[in-house]
Design a binder for this molecule. Structure first.
Ligand SMILES: [Zn+2]
Length: 318
């Protein structure tokens, strides 16, 4: 519990996605120390973040800045949250200056997928690469691009929205207004929707354990697939093929060195990674495909908090 001024600076990383608040102290190399996790109090966000920061700072005078990963789009020119499915509009207005004012810390706000990408790049599966694309598959599907070691955020901070690549021109309506986006078939809620539709119309799939659980989640489906349930395995395999179709487009567009896949759906590991790679290989331009490594992330649910902290680290060096 030393608060010696000689201690190297550390950073706080906070992830507000998945209706949870995860916060941690992260050192300059991206290693996690003390951590906190609690349900997200979306209507009292500023107070909640301030309390968590205060608690984490006790005995840690070396905290130099905090990074906060937001489940939504962050305009990097204005630092405003311009869209978010999880945060009520009443708290979005000027989160950046409110967080800075209440905590007294330098604050970096970033989209959660961008933050997770940077976390994997610095401390996870992206290490050793120069250019990397990151895809997270969970409640929604997000993506991010890292070029030459830097997050490439686009003209206003929204680059990498791979979840809204069109996979099926006749597909279901997406919350973005388009139809047939990758997210409409491969995000966690949409995997559950597709599984339910199939369970209802196909009597042989009633043998699946999933049919006994009326309110199963994508995590349950992943679990049953790992236990060898044929129906769940088929759903994971088909989902992997949809994702692989999107991955092929990324490969063709960017000729990128490495693609790192994260998010709860990727907890299925090889069961989903293999069909993703298989489909990407089938559809991508072959010379591009051969130059790309497709692997799963290693930081799990810590990726966004670590990445946010590392973006805060970088901001103090500017
Ligand atoms: Zn969409």
């Amino acid at each position: 519990m030393s608060s010696s001024p000689q201690r190297l600076p550390s950073f706080i990383g906070i992830d507000l996605s998945g209706r949870k608040l995860r916060a941690a102290i992260v050192n300059a190399e991206g290693a996690i120390g003390e951590r906190r996790e609690e349900p997200l109090a979306a209507d009292h966000l500023v107070e909640q973040v301030n309390n968590v920061v205060k608690n984490l700072r006790v005995g840690h005078s070396e905290i130099a800045a905090a990074g906060i990963a937001i489940p939504g789009l962050v305009n990097r020119q204005t630092d405003r949250v311009v869209a978010s499915r999880d945060l009520p509009s009443s708290v979005r207005d000027d989160l950046h200056s409110e967080f800075a004012k209440t905590t007294g810390l330098r604050i970096e706000l970033e989209n959660d997928a961008n933050a997770a990408a940077y976390g994997e790049y610095i401390a996870g599966s992206g290490r050793g690469s120069r250019d990397m694309f990151y895809i997270t598959i969970g409640e929604g599907i997000g993506g991010a691009i890292i070029l030459g070691g830097k997050l490439w955020t686009g003209a206003s901070g929204f680059a990498g929205e791979v979840g809204h690549i069109t996979i099926d021109t006749e597909g279901a309506e997406c919350e973005c207004g388009n139809t047939g986006c990758l997210e409409t078939v491969a995000s966690s809620p949409n995997i559950v929707r597709r599984a339910n539709e199939r369970l209802n119309r196909d009597s042989t799939s009633s043998l699946s354990k999933l049919g006994l659980n009326k309110n199963f989640t994508a995590a349950d489906l992943v679990h049953e697939a790992k236990n060898g349930d044929d129906f769940s395995l088929m759903m994971i395999e088909r989902t992997g093929r949809y994702i692989g179709t999107g991955v092929a487009s990324i490969i063709n567009l960017l000729n990128i060195e490495r693609i790192v896949m994260g998010g709860e759906v990727m907890e299925a590991g090889k069961l989903i990674l293999d069909p993703i790679i298989h489909e990407a290989k089938r559809r991508a331009f072959q010379p591009c495909f051969e130059a790309t490594q497709i692997i799963t992330g290693t930081l799990g649910g810590d990726a966004a908090a670590i990445g946010a902290a590392m973006l805060a680290r970088d901001s103090t060096a500017r």
